[in-house]
Design a protein around this ligand. Structure first.
Ligand code: AMP
Ligand code: FES
Ligand code: ZN
Length: 319
């Protein structure tokens, strides 16, 4: 929501009732009901326009307990899709406990099915991985998350995994990829990632047209109870700096983020990488999609296991 001139009461562009939200990038304002309708239509447009999934296909929704993924799960339900949630308990102290509690409460209140994976029980709680390997938390965490999204989708027969990445996430990621001219990552940045084999799931981002601000307003208006705290490992992450820079540009030039991301998808990406997309093969260990012979996740587990053996006391190793 943005500040309005004193005495100036904006009206909903659709129904002329008093507006509760102004969207500068779209030069528009909406009342509650019309905003919710606008949000649903943007999601439907993303799903249909990018051929993400059909109404018959069961969708595995990756839910962190934050506003984006809970808003995504909520809107997909309202639009009539068949959804199951997947929550990964990352093992990041109190933050993970709260994330799990909010996700479970959301699923319970709506009677929605929820699958869970516990990183601690799997032997790679993020707090331990970071302590043992000194890898940046976000990179190890991202690797492990992608692995379990693929694994659970395959084991439970889901053809599609939906994540809550929004326009701001996509813009920050695009900016980072452009600043490094990372052609591999640029080629793979897309609202829909097709699988290399039909047994694997496609990855889709139905919120990619909607800003972080819009998903926050949606979550608020739909009374979704989500985790407000950021992951404690996110502080200082370059993504946050990119988001901040983009937000400052957006404040001066509304619509910047939208043009940056949507035009990359609509025009630049296809021209830059037409026919050039390197398809992933499969990891020789876990059999899931990978761009290397042994995937990043299996390499990470190797490193964790080696470090654990390395620090094990002699009394234990000799027994
Ligand atoms: P992030 O990588 O934290 O920006 O999250 C991006 C998206 O990944 C979220 O919108 C979720 O769809 C998914 N995600 C992140 N963390 C989790 C988690 N702990 N469990 C399930 N899905 C997650
Ligand atoms: Fe994975 Fe923060 S959510 S390290
Ligand atoms: Zn692997």
């Amino acid at each position: 929501m943005s500040a309005t001139r004193p005495g100036h009461k904006p009206k909903c562009k659709r129904c002329r009732n008093p507006a509760v939200v102004q969207l500068h990038s779209h030069h528009t304002a909406f009342c509650r009901d019309c905003f919710l309708l606008y949000f649903q239509r943007q999601v439907q447009r993303a799903i249909d326009g990018e051929r993400m999934f059909s109404r018959e296909e069961p969708v595995l929704v990756a839910v962190s307990g934050g506003k984006d993924s809970l808003a995504l799960w909520d809107v997909l339900q309202l639009l009539g899709y068949r959804t199951t949630g997947l929550h990964l308990n990352l093992g990041i102290g109190a933050y993970s406990v709260l994330s799990r509690t909010k996700t479970e409460a959301f699923a319970r209140e709506r009677g929605l099915p929820l699958l869970q994976v516990d990183f601690g029980a799997e032997g790679h709680a993020i707090a331990d991985v970071v302590g043992l390997t000194r890898r940046p938390a976000c990179s190890a965490c991202g690797t492990a998350k992608r692995h379990h999204f693929d694994r659970i989708a395959m084991e439970h027969g889901f053809p599609v995994v939906a994540t809550g990445h929004n326009l701001d996430d996509e813009a920050a990621r695009l900016l980072g990829n452009v600043l490094r001219w990372d052609m591999n990552y640029l080629a793979r940045q897309s609202p829909v990632l097709a699988p290399s084999h039909e047994k694997f799931a496609r990855k889709v981002k139905p919120l990619f047209r909607l800003s972080e601000y819009e998903t926050a307003v949606y979550a608020f208006l739909r009374r979704i109870d989500y985790v407000i705290e950021e992951c404690p490992n996110a502080a200082g992450a370059s993504q946050l700096l990119y988001k901040d820079v983009l937000q400052r540009l957006e404040a001066e030039m509304p619509g910047t983020k939208q043009n940056f991301v949507l035009e990359f998808y609509r025009r630049a990406r296809s021209q830059l990488f037409a026919g050039n997309l390197e398809a992933p093969t499969t990891c020789s260990r876990c059999g899931l999609p990978s761009h290397r012979p042994v995937c990043r996740f299996c390499s990470l587990l190797d490193e964790v296991a080696a470090k654990r053996q390395g620090v094990r006391p002699l009394a234990q190793t000799s027994s």
